[in-house]
Design a protein around this ligand. Sequence first.
Ligand code: NDP
Length: 453
Amino acid sequence: MNAKEYVENVIEHVKAKNPSQPEFHQAVEEVLHTLVPVLEKEPKYMKHKILERITEPERQIIFRVTWEDDNGELHVNRGMRIEFNSAIGPYKGGLRFHPTVNIGIIKFLGFEQIFKNALTGLPMGGGKGGSDFDPHGKSDAEIRRFCENFMMELYRHIGADTDVPAGDIGVGGREIGYLFGAYKKIVDRFEGVLTGKGLNWGGSLIRPEATGYGATYYLMEMLKSKGEDLKGKRVAISGSGNVAQFAAEKVTQLGGKVITLSDSRGAMYLPDGINDEIWNAVYETKAIKHGKLEEVAEKFDLPWYSGKKAWEIAVKEGEVHIAMPSATQNEIDLNDAKMLVNAGLIAVAEGANMPSTLDAIKYFMDNGILFGPAKAANAGGVAVSGLEMSQNSMRLQWTREEVDQKLQQIMKNIYETGAKYAEKYGKPGDLLMGSNIGGFVKVADSMIDQGIY
Ligand code: NDP
């Protein structure tokens, strides 16, 4: 069997074995298709059945979370943690609380995390977890009770050297605080078991900023390769959560003009870009009050489009040079990709995980758009989580400048790794292929070194 047939066989096998998990199938297809050249050159990966092994999580934990709301009514949610691959370090990856969460979504995220974590150059395996719990509209006390009950089961599976969760959609500083408090109470140990912690209790400076800043640093590397920078560029950003907020801040600092932000209810147009006042209002509304972006639009008299995506309103208002999808998976489809390319797009830096559909990615690439894939462009968050783990182990805290400087270097290395492997395997500039191969060889070689598991 040749490498191409082998890959198609594994994909079919994954689909049959994991029915009704379209996001997981999509993530597996995206990665495996780009690995054909490396499998052709290095048959050892086929011999050691690395693709079959790497697509099967080492462990999958599903559990019940029962919690009581403020009226005394009981609710039952499903919690899960996928411990996907520990070849190069403890499982590492966020927790997502969102009503759409199911096992297929957590598996796609965990699978992506394996390669992303390898690309950072830090010793972290891949994992992901979460719950179908919906934090929207819940009181602080309800969030706390949910987090405590979630940790009542999760604690037995995690640990500073075993599995180190972090935040993701719906899990920010407040939730990490409640989860950490519960863990510490149960095990009676203060350890770096979660990242994204508060600064007073083991957190790292720059962790909140890391994904958005990192995606912007990565974008700068891509632009630099074409002799470009951010000055005067019109940048459409989707989302208004953690990633979007700090991408918007860094893009603005580096001379770009952020023209959109959005949330699950609609999108906001920013004709004059984002200034400190608007940025602070977005942060306060979304990160502190867990409110609606529409309130910010109202406050500053900015155009608000209910139920619309950021891309649609960005192209309606003029040229779009850069897209930074920073909300959720599959938020750029083929139609959006065509609209953006027609509007003058030169680059996409994926802040969210798997935000572009497979046909949208192909369209970008076929049209010569610089494409920064999620597992490379948004790896800054987990990279600084890795640095948070190091600081916890050393029991010290680095300065803001130290962490930011390390983050910039890591993002540059990730870009260079992707560019190097793309060149080596005959597709210069294909950062999707290059990043997938760069992450894969490190993990696959480690799996071979460690025997047959
Ligand atoms: P947040 O919860 O802070 O923000 C998510 C944002 O996206 C909110 O504006 C939210 O709107 C919007 N959103 C969520 N789901 C949907 C949906 N189904 N349709 C439309 N809008 C939606 O999450 P993060 O910023 O942390 O995460 C955003 C993305 O970045 C995710 O894909 C995540 O996996 C990825 N990521 C995050 C990292 C991190 O360090 N935080 C690291 C690497 C990747 P609303 O407020 O209305 O719910």
